[in-house]
Design a protein around this ligand. Sequence first.
Ligand code: SAH
Length: 255
Amino acid sequence: MGKVYLVGAGPGDPELLTLKAVRVLEEADVVLYDRLVCEEILSYTKPGCRLVYVGKEDGKHTLPQEEINRLLVYYAGIYDNVVRLKGGDPFVFGRGGEEALYLMEHGIACEIVPGISSAYSVPAYAGIPVTFRGLASSFAIVTGHEAVGKRKSVDWRAFKDVDTLVVLMGVRNRQRIATELIKFGRNPNEPVAFIERGTTPEQRVVVSTLREVSTDPPEVNPPAVMVVGKVVGLHERLREFLENLKQTGEGVYHA
Ligand code: SAH
């Protein structure tokens, strides 16, 4: 019986892979990868390594999670080294926990290789530190995917007093999210940034305010990280200065 590695591929820039992720990829017999994993990262695999795409489009689940779980068990039965490669970090909205539990229940050895999550690295590449002395001493990461109003949805009240709020998978519901945040007491003038395809050459930054996102949301395409909080104001100041921002998009500026 083989072993399954749940590996974080980082946010997109291949240089943000960990050394451990590269080593595990080099040894892999099969790699099951997601939509958010860039092609270049797959080139670290050895010749003959089997590459299996199991990506899910937002909303369109091409492969249900149960099917992915079953595939991991199946490949562990025929190969020594099975890699499940996910965007960012496997345990940050990556369903890595569920996969680990499933493998455990099936008696399959499993190792977790954390990755750099988009939640803070994508803002970083846009010149937005998620914490900043005097401006932000807390940050929270929340999913925007669970539609507002659904029975098991996120309680947006909980984020009233968090300094920096990072919303993943929030593009589609951005208007409703901003509306909820204002309703529960966040300042409508608070700046909001959307960073599309962060850390890649296609990175684009859109800056707005909560009020504007709630009334006339700017055009944004997924995947994007939504950041709410004062630290967004540092984007303007740091973008001139940070080297890796030079190659990224100019962005669209509202507000
Ligand atoms: N496990 C991942 C998150 C998976 S949820 C991680 O730790 O980063 C998928 C969401 O992550 C997307 O909807 C988007 O909000 C965000 N995301 C991932 N990569 C991104 C990138 N390069 N640029 C912008 N957002 C990204």
